[in-house]
Design a protein around this ligand. Structure first.
Ligand code: ADP
Ligand code: MG
Length: 244
C-alpha cells in the first residue's frame, strides 16, 4: 500500500436481487486527491459511494480505511468519523438553524466542546458565504444555500474525505454556480474528494482523476486531460458530447 492511500476500494460487488449493479469496483483514494466519477444514470455511481460510506452493504470485496479493513470495528469507527457525505438533496435538518446544523455532529458525535464547535462553525459558514445567517432556519434558505450549509456541516467534522453525490443536480440552474464555487474552496483546503457529477467543465477543472462508470464497471480511469482530449471509446465520446 502506498503511504498516502486513505481509502482503498477493493473489488466491490453488489446485487439488488437479480440485478448486479457493481461488478468488481476497485480504486484508491490518495491524500488530498480529487476524483470525479462520471457515467450514465443507473451505472452504480451512487451505490459505490454508499458502499464506501457503509450506508450500503456489499456482497464481496473490501474497503480499507488507512490500510485497515473496515470489517474490523475500529477502522469502521474511524471511517465513520472521517468521511463526510453531501447528497443531491435532503442534506440539512430543516427544522434547525444554520448554526445548529453545523455544530450538531461535532458536539454530539465527536464530543467537541460547544463553544469550540460554534467558533469553527462560524469560520466554515464564512467560507461557504453564509456569514451572518447563523440563526436563520434552514428551511427558509434557498436550495443552493442549503447545499452550502451541508458542505459546511461535512467540513465541521474535519473529514479526510468528502463524498459528493451529484450535489448540484437538484438545484435551479442559477444556484449551481454558487455551490460549485464552495466545492472549489473545499478542494483548495486539501480535503480528499470523490464527486459524482454531470458538470463536465467542473470535473475537468477540479479533478485530478476521472473514473467513468458504466453498468457497474469502471471502464476508464484517467487524468482529466486524457479523458476529455483522448476519450478511450466512442461511448465516452458520446457521453461527453451529450452532457456538455
Ligand atoms: P447511478 O447513481 O449511477 O445513477 P445507482 O447506483 O443509483 O446509479 O443505481 C444503480 C442501479 O441499481 C440502478 O439500476 C438502480 O435502479 C439500482 N438500485 C439502486 N438502489 C437500489 C435499491 N435500493 N434497490 C434496488 N435497486 C436499486
Ligand atoms: Mg446516483
Amino acid at each position: 500500500m502506498a503511504e498516502d492511500v486513505i481509502l482503498s476500494v477493493k473489488n466491490i460487488s453488489k446485487c439488488f436481487g437479480d440485478l448486479e449493479v457493481l461488478k468488481g469496483i476497485s480504486f484508491d483514494i490518495h491524500k488530498g486527491e480529487k476524483i470525479a466519477i462520471l457515467g450514465p444514470s443507473g451505472s452504480g455511481k451512487s451505490t459505490i459511494l454508499r458502499c464506501i460510506n457503509q450506508l450500503e452493504t456489499y456482497d464481496s470485496g473490501e474497503i480499507d480505511y488507512m490500510g485497515k479493513s473496515v470489517d474490523s470495528g475500529q477502522a469502521l469507527h474511524q471511517l465513520r468519523q472521517h468521511i463526510g457525505m453531501v447528497f443531491q438533496r435532503f442534506n440539512v435538518f430543516t427544522h434547525m438553524s444554520v448554526l445548529q446544523n453545523v455544530i450538531e455532529a461535532p458536539v454530539h458525535v465527536k464530543k467537541v466542546p460547544k463553544q469550540e464547535a460554534v467558533t469553527r462553525a462560524k469560520e466554515l459558514l464564512k467560507m461557504v458565504g453564509l456569514e451572518g445567517r447563523e440563526d436563520a432556519m434552514a428551511k427558509n434558505l434557498s436550495g443552493g444555500q442549503q447545499q452550502r450549509v451541508a458542505i459546511a456541516r461535512a467540513m465541521a467534522m474535519d473529514p479526510e474525505v468528502i463524498l459528493f453525490d451529484e450535489p448540484t443536480s437538484a438545484l435551479d440552474p442559477e444556484l449551481v454556480g454558487e455551490v460549485l464555487n464552495v466545492i472549489r474552496k473545499v478542494a483548495a483546503e486539501g480535503v480528499s474528494m470523490v464527486i459524482v457529477t454531470h458538470e463536465m467543465n467542473f470535473a475537468r477543472e477540479v479533478a485530478d482523476r476521472i473514473l467513468f462508470m458504466e453498468d457497474g464497471v469502471i471502464v476508464e480511469d484517467a487524468s482529466p486531460e486524457e479523458f476529455f482530449e483522448h476519450p478511450k471509446n466512442e461511448r465516452i465520446r458520446q457521453f461527453i458530447r451529450k452532457v456538455e
